[in-house]
Every structure is written in structure tokens, then in C-alpha cells.
Design a protein around this ligand. Structure first.
Ligand code: SAM
Length: 279
């Protein structure tokens, strides 16, 4: 541990399922710090005890973050080292901790990562989708209109798209992805990674959406959805979609023509008729 009058803030990854996905260094640091700031202390205590970590815990979650951050930074300034963990995986990745890390850095506290599990990266590593460039989108908005509009913003992105989704919205989200990105766009559903019912299924969005609707088991547990970026295949579909759109537009209102052209060719509707392709 660096020699520093102030304490250090260690940002420590914990498992996303399998208890052994905890690094030796993570265990050593969690044992050595004065305090562990955890999203849910009742959730984390048993996991820590499995690794013989008996360090005192304090809660840091979205509802107490403001007060908790001020008191944790004071303790760090007085020389205590603190570890930050979340319920699972890497803190700050769709989890609390950003305000603490920011405040600690502003106070001149050294912040050090102890890397480990992260569901997005674990999913990407086995998805078989291009991994040289990707974008992590976290959770989509829960309401349909906002979700679709976020997806429409991403329809032309050539990078692999990574989303977190809760099991009770998986059906709606996959249907929206199919409609916005096109039925043929390749996607992967990575569920329950590192756990007993781990499954990783890759197929075109139309098939994946239909499979999840018809199989309630695929609607359970925790999941990551990955979608291939817009590729050459999509470019060819867009060219075909534009050709069909031009024909239909002579006979139909443009929004209707775009919707039909998208359905016929599999081209994303937004790429045929901008943001106006509703209806
Ligand atoms: N900080 C975590 C990380 O590093 O991955 C993510 C926390 S976020 C609140 C929880 C979401 O991560 C879940 O809803 C799911 O989308 C994803 N997730 C977490 N564990 C997972 C697992 N074992 N398999 C698949 N997805 C998982």
C-alpha cells in the first residue's frame, strides 16, 4: 500500500455470480482496509465472510450518497483507507460510486482500482461479436417511447452495442431492438453468467426476440444484450430499403412508406426516413 498521509480509496470488483471470481489481491485489500463502503451491507456481508473478510461495512447507495460521501472523504483525509464495493461486479459500472470517486480525487485522495468481474466485459468476451470497438449503454430507459428513441440514436453506430436489461423488460426491449435495428441484425443474449443456468445465445434479433417470448426460462435471471453494430450488411439493406421507400413514397404518406420499406427489407426505419419514421 502506498505510503501516504491520507488514506487510499480502493475500488474493488467482486464476483457477478461465481464466488471464486474474486482476486487474491481483492481479498487481501478488503481485509486490510479500515472500512468497506458497500451498496447493500446485508447483501455483501455473507459474500465477504465466505472469503474471511471481517472488515466493518458502511452503506453507500443512491439514497444516502451525499452524506455518506462527505463522511467517507473525511475519514480518507484523516488517513484511513477505504474499499468501495457494489452488490456485484465492478463498482460505478451501472452501480453507485461515481460521486465518491470524484469527491475523493478532488480531495487529493489516491484512488486505485482492483479489477475483476464485470458483466458487460464477460459477455463481450464470449459473444463472438466484434470486440475491437464497442459501446456500453448500460440500462435502457424503462418507458417504451424513450427506449425506442435511444435505440434509434444508436441504429447507425458501427460499434458493438452492449446493454444491461432486467428480466422483466427483456421481452419488450428485444422487440424494440428488432423493430429499430432490423430483424436480421445479429444479437447475443448472455444470461446468468458464471452461474448455474448460464446461457449465451446468438442469433438474428427476430429469432432471439421470438425465442425469449416463447421460452419463459429465457426471461429469468440477469442478462446482458449485445447487438452487432451497423455493418456492410446493414448498408446493403439500407440501399435496398431506400429503393423500396422511393417507390412506396409515390403512393403512401412518407412515414407509412418508411415503415413498410423497413419491414420489407429489414433496413432500420430511422435510416430511411430520419426521426420522422413513426406511425
Ligand atoms: N457493476 C455490475 C458489473 O460490473 O457488471 C453491474 C451492476 S448492474 C446494477 C446489474 C446488471 O448487470 C444486471 O441487471 C444485468 O444486466 C448485469 N449482470 C450482472 N450480473 C450478471 C450476470 N451474472 N449475468 C448476466 N448479466 C449480469
Amino acid at each position: 500500500m502506498p505510503n501516504n498521509e491520507k488514506g487510499c480509496l480502493w475500488v474493488v470488483a467482486t464476483p457477478i455470480g461465481h464466488r471464486d471470481d474474486m482476486s487474491l489481491r481483492a481479498i487481501e485489500i478488503l481485509r486490510s482496509v479500515a472500512l468497506i463502503a458497500a451498496e447493500d451491507t446485508r447483501h455483501s456481508r455473507p459474500m465477504l465472510l465466505q472469503h474471511n473478510v471481517g472488515t466493518p461495512l458502511v452503506a453507500l447507495h443512491e439514497h444516502n450518497e451525499r452524506e455518506a460521501v462527505a463522511s467517507l472523504v473525511r475519514r480518507l483525509e484523516h488517513g484511513e483507507s477505504i474499499a468501495l464495493i457494489s452488490d456485484a461486479g465492478t463498482p460505478l459500472i451501472s452501480d453507485p460510486g461515481f460521486r465518491l470517486v470524484r469527491a475523493a480525487r478532488e480531495a487529493g485522495i489516491r484512488c486505485m482500482p482492483v479489477p475483476g468481474a464485470c458483466a458487460a466485459i464477460a459477455a463481450l468476451s464470449v459473444a463472438g461479436l466484434p470486440s475491437d470497438r464497442f459501446v456500453f449503454e448500460g440500462f435502457l430507459p424503462p418507458k417504451t417511447a424513450a427506449r425506442r428513441s435511444r435505440l434509434e440514436e444508436l441504429a447507425g453506430d458501427p460499434r458493438t452495442l452492449i446493454f444491461y436489461e432486467s428480466s422483466h423488460r427483456i421481452v419488450e426491449s428485444l422487440a424494440d431492438m428488432r423493430d429499430v435495428f432490423g430483424a436480421e441484425r445479429e444479437a447475443v443474449l448472455a444470461r446468468e453468467l458464471t452461474k448455474m443456468f448460464e446461457t449465451v445465445i446468438g442469433e438474428p434479433l427476430s429469432q432471439l426476440a421470438a425465442r425469449v417470448v416463447s421460452d419463459p426460462d429465457q426471461q429469468r435471471g440477469e442478462c446482458v444484450i449485445l447487438v452487432a453494430g451497423r455493418g456492410e450488411e446493414t448498408d446493403a439493406k439500407v440501399a435496398e430499403g431506400q429503393r423500396v421507400f422511393a417507390i412506396l413514397r409515390d403512393e403512401l404518406p412518407p412515414a407509412k412508406a418508411a415503415k413498410l420499406a423497413a419491414a420489407i427489407t429489414g433496413a432500420p426505419r430511422k435510416l430511411l426516413y430520419g426521426d420522422k419514421g413513426e406511425g
